[in-house]
Design a protein around this ligand. Sequence first.
Ligand SMILES: [Zn+2]
Length: 264
Amino acid sequence: MLFIVVLAVCGTLLFFGRNQPVTLSRWPGHGTSDRPVPTIGAVAVPAADPALLHIVVDDGLYSNERGELDAGVRRAYAYASARFGGTLNAPVTVAIVQDSGCALSGIAYTDVRTLQVQTCNSVASGRAIAILAHEYIHQLQHDRYGSRHLSADLILSEGMATWAAGEYWLGDHADFRSYVRAQRDGGVFYPLATHYAGRSIGEMNALYYQWASFVEFLMSVYGREMFDQVYITGAGDPGSAAYASVYGKDLTTLEQEWIAWLGA
Ligand SMILES: [Zn+2]
């Protein structure tokens, strides 16, 4: 079977402890935090259809917390789906697999409906679930936008996947605007159309957060309908979507608006 790797870059995201400074993710510590959900409009987390998720965990991995892991995997889907604003068209396989090098990463094979998180026992399961929350969104994107998702502008596909993973990625921040404002105040800020290729994990992480806040900006200021329209116009590279034809403004103009929206 031919596996087309969709958005394989998810695979190199790594995260650090919850008390790290703003240049890297700060984690709530566990994927089942009860803190209020920061988003555009409230998100109620419904119970997921258990038949939608086929969960496979490697032998020996998180073996003493399988019940909690299962609940966390299902809860992350319910949360991500509600925040994304759509549901899976069909079941997916969620594979939690042992990484021999003990690196935490995720990948979405959306064409074959398989989401995989590589982790190990020394990585808290809540961190693996946080990665999975992002990967769920890639499958939801495929289900909403069809094959056009496969060529989406990375700013929009990765930005949306990060934004919609919401509280799993925000730590103590209320939203991505405040997160990126703090990140920028710490001296980390890139042009939106920056490719992550060849960059460090920290730089890539920072870009994902910027893209998430740009998506937050586009959806809150211009609405979901226009976002859906621009999403399907991309050609892969960051900045490749037809912003001007959808918004009447090119990416440079929108980026300046976003920077102003971020505030001082
Ligand atoms: Zn991704």
